[in-house]
Design a binder for this molecule. Structure first.
Ligand code: NAP
Length: 237
């Protein structure tokens, strides 16, 4: 049975991935942070819940080590969890927020990927998907600089890490996804969302289930030759 770790799996895109991978017959290690209420509703013996605060180095490394204590092979790692805080101006962004954002969005994928490769290189296979954002294309906004910088660096890390991982047949890609209907936009006004959606050629947000389909495809055996790539899934943007 194939195995996958999905971070940030209690909501949005991560949750849609859990449902889809379970349907596809995978054993799913679903990571959560504060809440596990949605995951707990799913009754499936192939679903294992694991808590970790990905802003903390030791908890992040332990997350991966605990999985490899139980299994030999983790077929797929989906670095999906992210922290997003929009401030009212560049001057309002604190160093603490910048630091926290970098920990969750960049350092955690770095630590998890490093630990993953260490275990998977002997098996000469593996697949890592990093979830990036269309914001990188535009350089983000001055109010969301921490988030956009972290995603930009995640894309660069994807390209460089893929070169090392390729020696061991481990594929590493980033999906640069567009505006998707999840709670990450909970604090955005409906007027701002309308303006943002106007910029999308397809004139609508993505559904998290749609994005999950692409994550499944690029992490499955159907992807045999794409690595070190930044794949845009953003309704034409
Ligand atoms: N929705 C969009 O429009 C959009 C666009 C581009 C890219 N993305 C990317 O898509 C991915 C999924 O986001 P989403 O839209 O599905 O939003 P979401 O539902 O808010 O998911 C984000 C997840 O990250 C977790 N997380 C945040 N801080 C954490 C921490 N310190 N430790 C561990 N986990 C933490 C959250 O858990 P808690 O809630 O418990 O903290 C949550 O489960 C993210 O990488 C995001 O950047 C989304």
């Amino acid at each position: 049975m194939k195995t996958v770790l999905i971070t940030g799996a209690n909501s949005g895109i991560g949750y849609s991935c859990v449902e889809l991978f379970l349907k596809g017959g995978y054993k799913v290690y679903a990571h959560y942070h504060n809440q596990k209420d949605h995951l707990e509703v799913i009754k499936n013996k192939n679903l294992i819940l694991i808590q970790a605060d990905l802003s903390k180095e030791i908890e992040t490394i332990d997350l991966m080590r605990n999985i490899f204590d139980k299994i030999e092979i983790l077929d797929i790692l989906v670095n999906n969890a992210a922290f997003y805080k929009r401030d009212s101006s560049f001057e309002d962004i604190s160093f603490e927020d910048l630091n926290y954002t970098m920990h969750v969005n960049l350092y955690a994928p770095f630590l998890l990927s490093k630990e993953y490769l260490k275990h998977m290189k002997v098996h000469n296979k593996g697949n890592i998907i990093n979830i990036s954002s269309i914001g990188v294309k535009y350089g983000g906004t001055p109010c969301s600089i921490a988030y956009t910088v972290s995603k930009s660096a995640l894309e660069t890390m994807t390209i460089s890490f893929a070169k090392e991982a390729a020696k061991y047949n481990v594929l590493v890609n980033a999906l640069r996804i567009g505006v998707t209907d999840t709670k990450i936009h909970a604090n955005a006004s409906s007027k701002n969302m309308e303006k943002r959606i106007e910029m999308i050629p397809l004139k609508r947000m993505a559904l998290s289930d749609e994005i999950a389909q692409y994550i499944l495809f690029f992490s499955s055996n159907k992807n045999t030759y794409v690595t070190g790539s930044i794949i845009t899934i953003a309704g034409g943007e």
